[in-house]
Design a protein around this ligand. Structure first.
Ligand code: CMP
Length: 163
């Protein structure tokens, strides 16, 4: 008799994508996640009620070191906020990273705001946890909170100039 197979894991590690874990934020974690989101510039301006609206749409994704979170030229489908870890922003044809981002920084806003393909590849420099917000939910947020859209757009323009 063979041993029974282990039950399928909710989110099996995916060697190719470098994703170690991806799941919705659970209700028992909300207080913890809310505290984390408040450390992230983009969310610190949102009220409690607005945060509560977004949380159900957020995924927590844990990447292995060296994972490509988004690739230059791809369509932009999400915004990422680094909770713990660090990433390098890389452009084709350049050896040195354009930038390095860490806890509290976000990335992936340019493709969403400008309606263009990803302007750079973003790759993890260590095991990294990000909050991920799909583009349609991101768009819902910036319509409701125009100040945030403006601040993000200023930053995105500055990043574009720095590429
Ligand atoms: P996007 O173009 O959607 O995908 C790649 C991301 O890398 C981009 O959004 C920005 O979030 C980020 N990025 C690009 N250039 C820079 C830069 N000069 N400094 C910091 N982040 C950048």
């Amino acid at each position: 008799m063979t041993a029974a197979a282990p039950p399928p894991e909710e989110s099996a590690p995916d060697a190719e994508s470098g994703i170690l874990d991806a799941r919705p934020v659970e209700s028992r974690e909300i207080a913890w996640v809310e505290k984390g989101l408040r450390q992230v510039g983009f969310f610190s301006e949102l009220g409690r009620a607005q945060l509560a609206e977004i949380l159900p749409y957020m995924l927590m994704v844990r990447y292995a070191k060296g994972a490509v979170v988004c690739a230059e030229g791809d369509a932009g489908d999400a915004l990422y906020l680094i909770f713990r870890g660090s990433v390098a922003v890389l452009k084709r044809g350049r050896t040195d990273p354009v930038a390095r981002l860490k806890d509290g920084d976000f990335f992936g806003e340019m493709a969403l705001l400008f309606g263009e393909p990803r302007s750079a590849t973003v790759s993890t420099e260590e095991e990294t946890e990000v909050f991920c917000l799909a583009s349609e939910d991101f768009k819902r947020v910036i319509v409701r909170v125009p100040d945030i859209a403006e601040a993000l757009r200023d930053l995105a323009e500055a990043r574009r100039r720095a590429q």
